[in-house]
Design a protein around this ligand. Structure first.
Ligand code: AR6
Length: 169
């Protein structure tokens, strides 16, 4: 039985088995959630990301996929990095956004994570409209079989919180 919960704030302040990072294909950091995770999590995360780039993901992590590293100094065991799609008005990339959620949960299951915190993937720098991102995120995690016991959406501001709250009901 999986419970969906919502909280407002900074994901790097959360305590969970795994925190999901809204990364980019380079896995080498960026702004938004990604910047915050690397800042607060410390250099161990970047070091493991570099190792992944030198091995399994020489060309970067493809959009819609997910991979785990240590969580460094964060209050978590793992960071699960996933790459959301950039919003496009002319091409439907919803499957890729859904895939980020499915793949993150698949990785969480492989690790044995029981609590997983997600940010609102793609809704910042990648400009995905919040209501639609909330719909895809909530529908996907609801429809993905997983042993994760708590899926927590961590929303940065009121607008994002309310968009997700409307979907969770
Ligand atoms: N905790 C929780 N949510 C946050 C935080 C935080 N500390 N900081 C921002 N948000 P974004 P994306 C919200 O831009 O759209 C990076 O440069 C933010 O308000 O972090 O998937 C990466 O390296 C928004 O609602 O991720 C990529 O290049 C949501 O998190 C690119 O941005 C996602 O915003 C990924 O863009």
């Amino acid at each position: 039985m999986t419970t969906l919960t919502l909280t407002q704030g900074d994901i790097t302040r959360e305590s969970a088995d795994a925190l999901v990072n809204a990364a980019n294909s380079s896995l080498l950091g960026g702004g938004g959630v990604d910047g915050a995770i690397h800042r607060r999590g410390g250099p161990a995360i970047l070091e493991e990301c570099r190792t992944l780039r030198a091995s399994r993901y020489g060309r970067g992590l493809p959009t819609g996929q997910a991979v785990a590293t240590t969580a460094g100094d964060l209050d978590a065991r793992w960071v699960i990095h996933t790459v959301g799609p950039v919003w496009s008005a002319t091409e439907d990339r919803s499957d890729l956004l859904a895939s980020c959620h499915r793949e993150s949960l698949r990785v969480a299951d492989e690790l044995g994570a029981r609590t997983v915190a997600f940010p609102a993937i793609s809704t910042g720098v990648y400009r995905w409209p919040l209501d639609d991102a909330a719909r895809i995120a909530v529908e996907t995690v609801r429809n993905t079989p997983t042993a994760v016991e708590e899926i927590r959406f961590v929303l940065f501001d009121d607008r994002a919180y309310e968009a997700f709250a409307r979907r969770i009901g």
